[in-house]
Design a protein around this ligand. Structure first.
Ligand code: FAD
Length: 314
C-alpha cells in the first residue's frame, strides 16, 4: 500500500472545485404508504413465483396490492382468480385493474359488479392498449376512455378508484396539457389517486407534480417505481410506453449483462437512490411494479422505512 500523507499539490484541490452536497435526510419515522402491483400468472411455475412474492411482501402491510388486466378472456379470468384468491387467503387489500378494451359498457359493468360481490372495493381504472401496431379505437358501445370508465364504475358501486398518470405525457396524447386535462377529468369523475407510469429521473416526476398542482390537482400522484432487474428489457418496454431511459442509467448497467450479481446490486442502488431522493422531497406514498419478484421491492421498501409485522394466519 502506498501511504502518501500529503497529497501532491493540485490533486486534492480538484475534488474541492464543485458544489458541495449534503447527505440525504434520515428517513421519516412514519413508514411510507406502499402499494405493490402483480401480474396474473400464466403457468404453474409463474403461479408459484407470484405467491412466494406475495407472502414475502405481505408483512410489509401495503395499503393495497393491485393485479393487472390484459386484453382477452383468459387473461381477464386470471386477473379475477388472482384478485379473488388475494381477498380470500391473505390479509392484503386487493385492487383489480380494469380496462375499456374490447368490451361493451354492460360487460365491463358486469365484471365490476362481480368484483364488488366478491368483496373487492378498489379498482385501478384504465383505458388499456390495442394489440401491438394497431391504433386505439373505442369499442362501439364501450367506455371510450378511462375517465368514462371511472364515471361508469361510480354508477355501479362506490368503489375506491385509482387511475394512471404520465409524468412524460402519454404517447397518444394530443399535447402535455391535453394529457393533464385528461388526468384532471379522471380525478374529477371520482378517482381518488393517480399512479404514475414509471420513470427513472426523479426530476421528471417532481416537475410533473408542479404541473399537476398548477392545474389545480389535489389528489395524490403516487410515483410508480420499477426496480430494473433486466436493463435490456427495460429499454425495450420503455420505448413502447414512452418512458425515457437516461444515458446515465445505461452507463450504470454497462457491462453487467452476464454478471447477475453485480447487475442486481446496481439495480438495488439505482432504485434506492431514486426513492430516497423522492422521499427527501416529501413524497411518502410509493407504488412498486414488482414484476412478481419480491427481493428488490422488499429491500427498497425497507430502505424507505417499511418494517415487517406479524401476519395473522388465514
Ligand atoms: C399504473 C398503471 C397501470 C396500468 N395497468 C394496466 C393494465 O392492468 N392493463 C393494461 O392493459 N394496461 C395497463 N396500463 C397501461 C394503460 O392501459 C395504457 O397506458 C393506455 O394506453 C392508457 O390508459 P389510461 O387509462 O391512461 O388512458 P386514458 O386516461 O383514457 O388516456 C389515454 C390517451 O387518450 C387521451 N384521451 C383521453 N381522453 C380523450 C378524449 N376524450 N379524446 C381524445 N383523447 C383522449 C389521453 O390524453 C391519453 O393520451 C397501466 C398503466 C399505468 C400507468
Amino acid at each position: 500500500m502506498n501511504h502518501r500523507t500529503v497529497p501532491p499539490s493540485g490533486q486534492l484541490e480538484r475534488w474541492l472545485t464543485g458544489p458541495r452536497f449534503g447527505p440525504l435526510p434520515v428517513p421519516a419515522e412514519t413508514a411510507p404508504l406502499l402499494s405493490f402491483e402483480f401480474f396474473p400468472p400464466r403457468t404453474e411455475a409463474l403461479e408459484t413465483q407470484l405467491w412466494t412474492c406475495v407472502r414475502r411482501l405481505e408483512p410489509l402491510r401495503p395499503r393495497f396490492v393491485s393485479v393487472t388486466y390484459g386484453a382477452g378472456g383468459t387473461t381477464q379470468a386470471r386477473t379475477h382468480a388472482t384478485v379473488s384468491r388475494l381477498a380470500a387467503e391473505t390479509s392484503l387489500v386487493p385492487a383489480a385493474h380494469l380496462t375499456c378494451i374490447g368490451a361493451t359498457r354492460e360487460e365491463v359493468d358486469a365484471v365490476a359488479r362481480a368484483y364488488w360481490q366478491a368483496g373487492v372495493r378498489h379498482i385501478v381504472a384504465l383505458r388499456g392498449d390495442p394489440p401491438h401496431g394497431e391504433t386505439y379505437q373505442p369499442h362501439p358501445g364501450g367506455y371510450a376512455y378511462a375517465a368514462d370508465l371511472v364515471a361508469g364504475l361510480k354508477r355501479v358501486a362506490d368503489f375506491e378508484i385509482s387511475v394512471a398518470a404520465y409524468p412524460e405525457t402519454h404517447p397518444g396524447a394530443a399535447s402535455p396539457s391535453a394529457d393533464l386535462d385528461n388526468l384532471k377529468r379522471k380525478l374529477d369523475a371520482g378517482a381518488s389517486r393517480a399512479i404514475t407510469q414509471y420513470f427513472f429521473d426523479a426530476r421528471v416526476y417532481l416537475e410533473f407534480l408542479d404541473r399537476c398542482v398548477a392545474a389545480g390537482i389535489q389528489a395524490p400522484i403516487v410515483p410508480g417505481i420499477m426496480p430494473v432487474s433486466n436493463f435490456a428489457q427495460a429499454v425495450k418496454f420503455s420505448a413502447l410506453c414512452g418512458a425515457s431511459v437516461p444515458d446515465w442509467l445505461g452507463h450504470l448497467f454497462e457491462g453487467t449483462e452476464d454478471d447477475t450479481e453485480t447487475r442486481r446490486m446496481v439495480a438495488a442502488v439505482v432504485a434506492a437512490e431514486q426513492v430516497r431522493l423522492l422521499q427527501a422531497n416529501g413524497v411518502d406514498e410509493f407504488h412498486f411494479y414488482t414484476l412478481n419478484r419480491s427481493d428488490l421491492t422488499y429491500a427498497i421498501a425497507h430502505i424507505l422505512g417499511a418494517r415487517p409485522a406479524a401476519v395473522a394466519a388465514r
